[in-house]
Design a protein around this ligand. Structure first.
Ligand code: TMP
Ligand code: MG
Length: 318
Protein backbone atom coordinates (compact mmCIF):
# COMPACT_ATOMS: atom_id res chain seq x y z
CA UNK A 1 0.00 0.00 0.00
CA UNK A 2 2.72 2.41 0.99
CA UNK A 3 4.24 2.07 -2.51
CA UNK A 4 1.23 3.70 -4.15
CA UNK A 5 1.94 6.98 -2.45
CA UNK A 6 5.41 7.02 -3.91
CA UNK A 7 4.27 6.73 -7.53
CA UNK A 8 3.74 10.36 -8.55
CA UNK A 9 1.13 9.73 -11.28
CA UNK A 10 -1.19 7.99 -8.79
CA UNK A 11 -0.45 10.11 -5.82
CA UNK A 12 -1.48 13.43 -7.31
CA UNK A 13 -4.81 12.40 -8.92
CA UNK A 14 -5.86 10.51 -5.79
CA UNK A 15 -5.06 13.52 -3.67
CA UNK A 16 -6.88 15.87 -6.04
CA UNK A 17 -9.93 13.62 -6.22
CA UNK A 18 -10.08 13.44 -2.44
CA UNK A 19 -9.76 17.19 -2.13
CA UNK A 20 -12.53 17.80 -4.68
CA UNK A 21 -14.76 15.30 -2.92
CA UNK A 22 -14.19 16.98 0.44
CA UNK A 23 -15.00 20.31 -1.13
CA UNK A 24 -18.13 18.79 -2.66
CA UNK A 25 -19.69 17.64 0.57
CA UNK A 26 -18.61 20.83 2.25
CA UNK A 27 -20.54 22.90 -0.23
CA UNK A 28 -23.48 20.50 -0.32
CA UNK A 29 -23.86 20.55 3.47
CA UNK A 30 -22.46 23.98 4.35
CA UNK A 31 -23.93 23.65 7.88
CA UNK A 32 -21.08 21.23 8.67
CA UNK A 33 -18.64 24.12 8.40
CA UNK A 34 -20.36 26.06 11.22
CA UNK A 35 -18.04 27.04 14.07
CA UNK A 36 -20.20 25.14 16.56
CA UNK A 37 -19.60 21.82 14.72
CA UNK A 38 -16.80 19.55 15.93
CA UNK A 39 -15.90 16.41 14.00
CA UNK A 40 -13.22 13.90 14.92
CA UNK A 41 -13.03 12.15 11.56
CA UNK A 42 -14.43 14.22 8.74
CA UNK A 43 -13.86 11.59 6.04
CA UNK A 44 -15.75 8.95 8.01
CA UNK A 45 -18.65 11.36 8.46
CA UNK A 46 -18.68 12.24 4.77
CA UNK A 47 -18.45 8.60 3.69
CA UNK A 48 -21.27 7.62 6.04
CA UNK A 49 -23.52 10.44 4.83
CA UNK A 50 -22.84 9.52 1.19
CA UNK A 51 -23.55 5.83 1.87
CA UNK A 52 -26.78 6.69 3.69
CA UNK A 53 -27.83 8.88 0.78
CA UNK A 54 -27.20 6.06 -1.70
CA UNK A 55 -29.34 3.70 0.40
CA UNK A 56 -32.07 6.34 0.65
CA UNK A 57 -34.90 7.03 3.10
CA UNK A 58 -36.30 3.49 2.91
CA UNK A 59 -33.17 2.15 4.60
CA UNK A 60 -33.16 4.79 7.34
CA UNK A 61 -34.44 4.98 10.91
CA UNK A 62 -33.90 7.87 13.31
CA UNK A 63 -33.45 7.43 17.04
CA UNK A 64 -33.45 10.51 19.24
CA UNK A 65 -33.27 11.41 22.88
CA UNK A 66 -35.84 14.00 24.00
CA UNK A 67 -34.82 16.26 26.90
CA UNK A 68 -32.15 18.73 25.85
CA UNK A 69 -31.85 17.03 22.44
CA UNK A 70 -35.17 17.66 20.70
CA UNK A 71 -36.11 20.13 23.42
CA UNK A 72 -34.05 23.24 24.05
CA UNK A 73 -31.47 23.53 26.77
CA UNK A 74 -31.81 27.32 26.97
CA UNK A 75 -33.65 30.22 25.40
CA UNK A 76 -32.58 33.87 25.72
CA UNK A 77 -30.06 32.86 28.36
CA UNK A 78 -32.65 31.06 30.51
CA UNK A 79 -32.65 27.31 31.07
CA UNK A 80 -35.62 25.44 29.63
CA UNK A 81 -37.26 22.66 31.65
CA UNK A 82 -36.90 18.93 31.11
CA UNK A 83 -40.11 16.86 31.06
CA UNK A 84 -39.68 16.19 34.80
CA UNK A 85 -39.23 19.87 35.52
CA UNK A 86 -42.40 20.80 33.64
CA UNK A 87 -44.23 19.29 36.64
CA UNK A 88 -42.74 22.00 38.84
CA UNK A 89 -46.09 23.79 38.76
CA UNK A 90 -48.59 24.81 41.48
CA UNK A 91 -51.32 23.03 39.57
CA UNK A 92 -49.70 19.68 40.26
CA UNK A 93 -47.47 19.74 43.31
CA UNK A 94 -47.17 21.65 46.56
CA UNK A 95 -44.33 24.02 47.52
CA UNK A 96 -42.53 21.54 49.74
CA UNK A 97 -42.37 18.97 46.92
CA UNK A 98 -41.26 21.57 44.42
CA UNK A 99 -38.42 22.46 46.76
CA UNK A 100 -37.49 18.79 47.15
CA UNK A 101 -37.46 18.18 43.40
CA UNK A 102 -35.20 21.21 42.90
CA UNK A 103 -32.88 20.03 45.67
CA UNK A 104 -32.65 16.61 44.05
CA UNK A 105 -31.84 18.24 40.71
CA UNK A 106 -29.10 20.34 42.32
CA UNK A 107 -27.65 17.28 43.99
CA UNK A 108 -27.79 14.79 41.11
CA UNK A 109 -27.52 16.78 37.87
CA UNK A 110 -23.86 17.71 38.57
CA UNK A 111 -23.20 13.97 39.02
CA UNK A 112 -24.98 13.13 35.74
CA UNK A 113 -22.72 15.45 33.74
CA UNK A 114 -19.51 15.02 35.78
CA UNK A 115 -16.68 14.34 33.33
CA UNK A 116 -14.47 12.86 36.07
CA UNK A 117 -16.80 9.99 37.08
CA UNK A 118 -17.36 6.77 35.19
CA UNK A 119 -20.81 5.57 34.15
CA UNK A 120 -20.53 2.79 36.75
CA UNK A 121 -19.97 5.38 39.46
CA UNK A 122 -22.94 7.43 38.26
CA UNK A 123 -25.42 4.54 37.97
CA UNK A 124 -26.56 4.20 41.61
CA UNK A 125 -26.99 7.97 41.88
CA UNK A 126 -29.18 8.10 38.80
CA UNK A 127 -31.40 5.29 40.13
CA UNK A 128 -31.68 7.18 43.44
CA UNK A 129 -32.57 10.43 41.66
CA UNK A 130 -35.27 8.99 39.43
CA UNK A 131 -36.72 6.80 42.18
CA UNK A 132 -36.96 9.67 44.67
CA UNK A 133 -38.61 12.02 42.17
CA UNK A 134 -41.09 9.37 41.00
CA UNK A 135 -42.04 8.51 44.59
CA UNK A 136 -42.58 12.17 45.30
CA UNK A 137 -44.81 12.57 42.24
CA UNK A 138 -46.91 9.59 43.31
CA UNK A 139 -47.32 11.08 46.81
CA UNK A 140 -48.52 14.30 45.21
CA UNK A 141 -51.36 12.45 43.48
CA UNK A 142 -50.71 14.11 40.13
CA UNK A 143 -53.88 14.41 38.03
CA UNK A 144 -53.85 13.34 34.41
CA UNK A 145 -56.35 16.00 33.34
CA UNK A 146 -53.99 18.80 34.43
CA UNK A 147 -50.90 17.67 32.51
CA UNK A 148 -51.76 19.44 29.25
CA UNK A 149 -52.28 22.71 31.11
CA UNK A 150 -48.96 22.34 32.95
CA UNK A 151 -47.19 21.83 29.61
CA UNK A 152 -48.92 24.93 28.19
CA UNK A 153 -47.84 27.03 31.16
CA UNK A 154 -44.23 25.82 31.06
CA UNK A 155 -41.33 27.40 29.20
CA UNK A 156 -40.45 24.11 27.47
CA UNK A 157 -39.52 24.60 23.83
CA UNK A 158 -38.39 22.38 21.01
CA UNK A 159 -35.19 23.35 19.20
CA UNK A 160 -35.37 25.89 16.41
CA UNK A 161 -36.13 24.07 13.15
CA UNK A 162 -37.93 21.21 14.93
CA UNK A 163 -40.89 21.38 12.57
CA UNK A 164 -38.73 20.85 9.49
CA UNK A 165 -37.17 17.83 11.22
CA UNK A 166 -40.42 16.12 12.25
CA UNK A 167 -42.25 17.01 9.03
CA UNK A 168 -39.42 15.80 6.76
CA UNK A 169 -39.31 12.44 8.54
CA UNK A 170 -43.06 12.04 8.25
CA UNK A 171 -43.05 13.07 4.59
CA UNK A 172 -40.33 10.55 3.78
CA UNK A 173 -41.98 7.90 5.98
CA UNK A 174 -38.85 7.47 8.05
CA UNK A 175 -39.64 6.11 11.52
CA UNK A 176 -38.58 8.30 14.44
CA UNK A 177 -38.02 6.63 17.77
CA UNK A 178 -37.94 9.10 20.68
CA UNK A 179 -36.09 7.31 23.45
CA UNK A 180 -36.37 9.27 26.65
CA UNK A 181 -35.52 8.89 30.31
CA UNK A 182 -37.95 11.72 30.90
CA UNK A 183 -41.71 11.36 31.29
CA UNK A 184 -43.53 9.86 28.30
CA UNK A 185 -46.91 11.42 29.07
CA UNK A 186 -45.37 14.90 29.24
CA UNK A 187 -43.14 14.41 26.21
CA UNK A 188 -46.13 13.32 24.11
CA UNK A 189 -48.03 16.40 25.23
CA UNK A 190 -45.12 18.68 24.27
CA UNK A 191 -44.90 17.29 20.74
CA UNK A 192 -48.70 17.22 20.41
CA UNK A 193 -48.98 20.90 21.39
CA UNK A 194 -46.27 21.67 18.83
CA UNK A 195 -48.28 19.77 16.17
CA UNK A 196 -45.55 17.26 15.32
CA UNK A 197 -46.82 14.05 16.94
CA UNK A 198 -47.01 12.38 13.53
CA UNK A 199 -47.88 8.69 12.97
CA UNK A 200 -44.22 7.79 12.26
CA UNK A 201 -43.25 8.74 15.85
CA UNK A 202 -42.78 5.98 18.42
CA UNK A 203 -41.90 6.76 22.04
CA UNK A 204 -40.03 4.67 24.60
CA UNK A 205 -40.04 6.43 27.96
CA UNK A 206 -41.26 6.38 31.58
CA UNK A 207 -45.04 6.34 31.47
CA UNK A 208 -47.37 7.19 34.34
CA UNK A 209 -49.94 4.70 35.53
CA UNK A 210 -53.19 6.40 36.60
CA UNK A 211 -56.00 4.91 38.67
CA UNK A 212 -59.62 4.95 37.53
CA UNK A 213 -60.14 8.49 38.71
CA UNK A 214 -57.10 9.71 36.75
CA UNK A 215 -54.72 10.04 39.71
CA UNK A 216 -51.07 8.93 39.44
CA UNK A 217 -50.52 5.69 41.36
CA UNK A 218 -47.29 4.25 39.87
CA UNK A 219 -44.95 4.21 36.89
CA UNK A 220 -45.26 1.55 34.22
CA UNK A 221 -42.57 -0.94 33.27
CA UNK A 222 -38.84 -0.81 33.80
CA UNK A 223 -37.41 2.55 34.92
CA UNK A 224 -35.36 4.31 32.24
CA UNK A 225 -32.65 6.72 33.41
CA UNK A 226 -29.84 8.39 31.47
CA UNK A 227 -27.42 5.48 31.69
CA UNK A 228 -29.54 2.37 31.19
CA UNK A 229 -30.90 3.02 27.72
CA UNK A 230 -29.11 -0.07 26.40
CA UNK A 231 -31.19 -2.30 28.70
CA UNK A 232 -34.29 -0.30 27.76
CA UNK A 233 -33.57 -0.85 24.06
CA UNK A 234 -33.14 -4.60 24.52
CA UNK A 235 -36.51 -4.77 26.29
CA UNK A 236 -38.18 -3.29 23.21
CA UNK A 237 -36.90 -5.90 20.76
CA UNK A 238 -40.27 -6.07 18.97
CA UNK A 239 -40.06 -2.43 17.92
CA UNK A 240 -36.59 -2.89 16.45
CA UNK A 241 -37.57 -6.16 14.75
CA UNK A 242 -40.31 -4.32 12.88
CA UNK A 243 -37.67 -1.99 11.51
CA UNK A 244 -35.12 -4.62 10.58
CA UNK A 245 -35.24 -3.67 6.89
CA UNK A 246 -33.81 -0.27 7.84
CA UNK A 247 -30.12 -0.80 8.62
CA UNK A 248 -29.04 2.85 8.62
CA UNK A 249 -29.37 4.81 11.83
CA UNK A 250 -29.20 8.51 12.51
CA UNK A 251 -28.88 8.95 16.27
CA UNK A 252 -29.28 12.21 18.20
CA UNK A 253 -28.49 12.70 21.87
CA UNK A 254 -27.06 15.05 24.47
CA UNK A 255 -25.65 12.59 26.99
CA UNK A 256 -22.99 9.93 26.43
CA UNK A 257 -25.63 7.48 27.72
CA UNK A 258 -27.72 8.23 24.63
CA UNK A 259 -25.18 6.46 22.43
CA UNK A 260 -26.57 3.10 23.58
CA UNK A 261 -30.08 3.88 22.32
CA UNK A 262 -29.37 2.06 19.05
CA UNK A 263 -28.17 -1.12 20.78
CA UNK A 264 -31.47 -2.81 19.98
CA UNK A 265 -31.23 -2.28 16.21
CA UNK A 266 -31.27 -5.75 14.65
CA UNK A 267 -28.84 -5.23 11.82
CA UNK A 268 -26.91 -1.99 11.38
CA UNK A 269 -25.06 -1.00 8.27
CA UNK A 270 -24.27 2.68 8.76
CA UNK A 271 -24.69 4.73 11.92
CA UNK A 272 -24.18 8.45 12.23
CA UNK A 273 -24.31 9.95 15.71
CA UNK A 274 -24.89 13.62 16.50
CA UNK A 275 -24.38 14.89 20.04
CA UNK A 276 -25.52 18.21 21.47
CA UNK A 277 -22.97 19.48 23.97
CA UNK A 278 -25.03 21.95 25.98
CA UNK A 279 -23.25 22.35 29.28
CA UNK A 280 -19.79 21.95 30.86
CA UNK A 281 -18.37 22.36 27.38
CA UNK A 282 -14.64 22.55 28.08
CA UNK A 283 -14.69 19.67 30.57
CA UNK A 284 -16.63 17.36 28.26
CA UNK A 285 -15.53 18.41 24.78
CA UNK A 286 -12.85 15.76 24.39
CA UNK A 287 -15.03 12.84 25.46
CA UNK A 288 -17.91 14.02 23.25
CA UNK A 289 -15.67 14.39 20.19
CA UNK A 290 -14.26 10.92 20.85
CA UNK A 291 -17.72 9.38 21.25
CA UNK A 292 -20.07 11.18 18.82
CA UNK A 293 -19.36 11.48 15.07
CA UNK A 294 -20.58 15.08 15.08
CA UNK A 295 -20.68 17.33 18.15
CA UNK A 296 -22.78 20.51 18.22
CA UNK A 297 -21.56 22.96 20.83
CA UNK A 298 -24.19 25.19 22.40
CA UNK A 299 -26.29 25.02 19.26
CA UNK A 300 -29.98 25.47 20.07
CA UNK A 301 -31.08 24.65 16.53
CA UNK A 302 -31.78 21.58 14.43
CA UNK A 303 -29.89 23.13 11.48
CA UNK A 304 -27.20 20.47 11.23
CA UNK A 305 -29.46 17.40 11.69
CA UNK A 306 -31.93 18.95 9.23
CA UNK A 307 -29.25 19.57 6.60
CA UNK A 308 -27.93 16.01 6.93
CA UNK A 309 -31.43 14.57 6.85
CA UNK A 310 -32.32 16.59 3.81
CA UNK A 311 -29.17 15.35 2.06
CA UNK A 312 -29.72 11.69 2.97
CA UNK A 313 -33.36 11.69 1.94
CA UNK A 314 -32.82 13.45 -1.40
CA UNK A 315 -31.92 11.18 -4.31
CA UNK A 316 -28.29 11.62 -5.45
CA UNK A 317 -27.80 13.53 -8.71
CA UNK A 318 -27.25 11.16 -11.65
P1 TMP B 1 -33.77 12.34 28.43
O1 TMP B 1 -33.28 10.95 28.37
O2 TMP B 1 -35.01 12.56 27.62
O3 TMP B 1 -32.72 13.36 28.12
O4 TMP B 1 -34.26 12.65 29.95
C1 TMP B 1 -33.50 12.62 31.06
C2 TMP B 1 -33.11 13.97 31.57
O5 TMP B 1 -34.00 14.41 32.59
C3 TMP B 1 -31.75 13.87 32.21
O6 TMP B 1 -30.84 14.72 31.57
C4 TMP B 1 -31.97 14.30 33.64
C5 TMP B 1 -33.26 15.03 33.63
N1 TMP B 1 -34.03 15.01 34.89
C6 TMP B 1 -34.48 16.22 35.40
O7 TMP B 1 -34.24 17.28 34.81
N2 TMP B 1 -35.21 16.23 36.55
C7 TMP B 1 -35.51 15.09 37.24
O8 TMP B 1 -36.18 15.14 38.28
C8 TMP B 1 -35.03 13.84 36.71
C9 TMP B 1 -35.31 12.56 37.44
C10 TMP B 1 -34.31 13.84 35.53
MG1 MG C 1 -31.25 14.31 27.17
Amino acid sequence: MKMIYHIPWIYLPVRTALAIWHQLTKSEIPELAKASVLIRDRSRVEETIQAMQRAGPDALQVISDFDMTLSRFAHNGKRCPTTHNILDNDLLINDASKKMIRELLNRYYPIEIDATRTVEEKLPHMVEWWTSVHELLIQQKIRRDLLAQAVKQSSAMLREGYKVFFDRLQEQQVPLLIFSAGLGDILEEVIRQNHVFHPNVHVISNYMDFDQSGVLRAFKGQLIHTFNKREGALLHAAHFRELQERPNVLLLGDSLGDLTMADGVVHTQHTLTIGFLNDQVEERKESYVNSYDIVLVKDESMDVPNAILNYITTAPAK
